[in-house]
Design a protein around this ligand. Structure first.
Ligand code: B12
Length: 281
């Protein structure tokens, strides 16, 4: 049986999706966490793994714990996505920043990146493919998004350093908003992040890693065509260093893609990525 478990910390309720597992040896049932869902007031359907998303018990519980029902939250999110789409494609940085400030002050920066910015950029890509949005609008949107993410970064300049992390992309990969979001989130957690994007030659990345000796390396892959270059990059790094290498990004959606020298990370939210870093070394 699957259900939600709540923990209250400083008056804020946090939810876990758990299942009951029968322990035959002890003749009793125990709880196993399937997924940490986050702050109860900010959870939407997308936070729930697809298998349980339409479970009526779960949806009605989520709707009951807050003054705002999950349907209303979905509706609100849709409106915010529309607003963000408009401000990005019109090149209106101020409106984009205002939306970011207002949303992230209540729901957090990670939620803004995951629930608003990433899906809106995906939509922009789809419209561009269908010829419904010009290349210039796409460029304007991604420039504004990148400026916003970079601007957010400067806030964390003075934080103490926990771990050193290198983020890079394979040669030929010009997409770097995902890498910049990872940088901002990990810096926000107090890690020292070296973001080597846009792409550097592979040999320079390897030299940099040798000289900085980081705790982890993240390789971000957006284009499927860049999987092979990413595999070569991971091998080059692994040949010269024992650093754990994680590779992720939308270029790796296809489950069949394997890396010999890196761990492929799929479907993790930013919080989980943060945990991945903390548990290494
Ligand atoms: C903006 C954009 C561009 C900009 C990029 C500017 C920049 N500085 O980034 C420009 C205009 C340069 C561009 C160029 C091209 N683009 Co483009 N682009 C996009 C667009 C619209 C948005 C990309 C984006 O920022 N997404 C939002 C980010 C935040 O999402 P994300 O990368 O998935 O990152 C998240 C996670 O995946 C994760 N993550 C990312 N990396 C990692 C790594 C690890 C280790 C982990 C754990 C997690 C993780 O964290 C992020 C936060 O949630 C996408 C549409 C789309 N679906 O994304 C197309 C898209 C990626 N582009 C595409 C194409 C085809 C191209 C071009 C080939 C077009 C052309 N003919 O010239 C060129 C290629 C350039 C190159 N050599 O790289 C295709 C790719 C198709 C494919 N399957 O390979 C897409 C999907 C559009 C489409 N629908 O067809 N593009």
């Amino acid at each position: 049986m699957v259900y939600l478990r709540a923990k209250t910390v400083k008056g804020e309720r946090y939810l876990y999706l758990v299942k009951s597992v029968w322990d035959a040896k002890k003749n009793t049932s125990r709880q196993e966490t399937i997924k940490y869902l986050g702050k109860a007031s900010s959870i939407t359907k997308d936070d729930i793994p697809a298998d349980y998303r339409n479970d009526k018990k779960i949806i009605s519980y989520l709707s009951s714990i807050d003054a705002v029902s999950i349907e209303e939250k979905e509706e609100l999110l849709k409106k915010l996505k529309d607003q963000l789409f408009n401000s990005l494609t019109k090149g209106d940085f101020d409106a984009t920043k205002q939306l970011f400030d207002a949303y992230s002050s209540s729901s957090g920066m990670a939620s803004f990146f995951e629930k608003l910015l990433t899906p809106v950029m995906y939509k922009i890509g789809e419209l561009w493919v269908k010829g419904k949005l010009g290349i210039a609008d796409e460029h304007v949107a991604s420039n504004i998004a990148n400026t916003l993410v970079k601007m957010t970064n400067t806030k964390f300049a003075e934080m103490p350093t926990k771990k050193k992390i290198v983020i890079c992309v394979p040669e030929g990969e010009e997409h770097n908003l995902g890498a910049n979001i990872l940088e901002t989130y990990l810096r926000n957690l107090g890690h020292k992040v070296y973001n080597l994007t846009p792409p550097e030659p592979h040999d320079s990345v390897v030299e940099f890693i040798k000289s900085t000796n980081p705790h982890a390396v993240f390789i971000s892959v957006t284009l499927e065509d860049n999987i092979k270059p990413a595999q070569r990059l991971a091998k080059k790094i692994a040949d010269k260093s024992n650093v754990p290498i994680f590779v992720g990004g939308q270029g790796l959606k296809n489950q069949d893609v394997k890396f010999e020298h890196a761990e492929v990370v799929r479907g993790l939210n930013l919080r989980d990525v943060g945990r991945l870093v903390s548990k290494n070394k």
